[in-house]
Design a protein around this ligand. Sequence first.
Ligand code: 13P
Length: 254
Amino acid sequence: MRTKIVAGNWKMNLGYKASIQLAKEIENQVKNTNQNKTRVLVAPTFVNLKGTLEQLNEGIVEVAAQNMHQAENGAFTGEISAEMLVEIGIKTVILGHSERRAYFNETDKALAEKINTILKHHLETIFCFGEVLEDRKAGNHFKVVESQLKNALFHIKSDDWSQIILAYEPVWAIGTGETASPEQAQEMHAFIRNLVAKQYGSKVSNTVSILYGGSVKPNNAQELFSKPDVDGGLIGGAALNVADFMGIIQAANL
Ligand code: 13P
């Protein structure tokens, strides 16, 4: 059985107090949920990682970073290294989000280096990828996703896959209110799992969790998560509201 995962990407939202408050509310509610089968993570901004971690009890709600630089250290003003994250207790890092690719020129090459740094520091990544609307309209979405995975990720070894969670996030569905239909999500997730199987074999492809991201809400989560290759979600807007986020976690528990 693959692990079901629901992760909240808080992006550049919530100050220090609000981050702690939301994380603790989620923790309390998850604690009171009978038989929570889903791994739950939240990803506050860098400045709020340590404060949030310190206020949570080990493991019920995990705390992830939203990004990380590939270099060990050095003259990279404004950046954060793997070692800095590890030192404060971070175990998971989101990489390759479409907003990082679009607004901060993050390339497949840089992401391949970030993946190597993740592996070296025994971190885990939620690796994001997905096509823009023009690619989807032109029927190039499979090709785009294949090249994103091959160029940034498929150089790793089979054993390294225990440190990888995949997150398919079609850019046209992020923050737009437009969701990929459950059928579109399943079609792409099956394609992704098949790509992993071709390169690494079915043992790896059957164990890697593939999350869907893009306007997941409590009212569409259940149908998306019921698809055989959708193993949970990476949530933006709805992760900022405790009732919505809990509704999505409950959908994953079904
Ligand atoms: P929304 O859920 O707001 O569409 O954002 C998805 C996302 O980008 C998660 O990383």
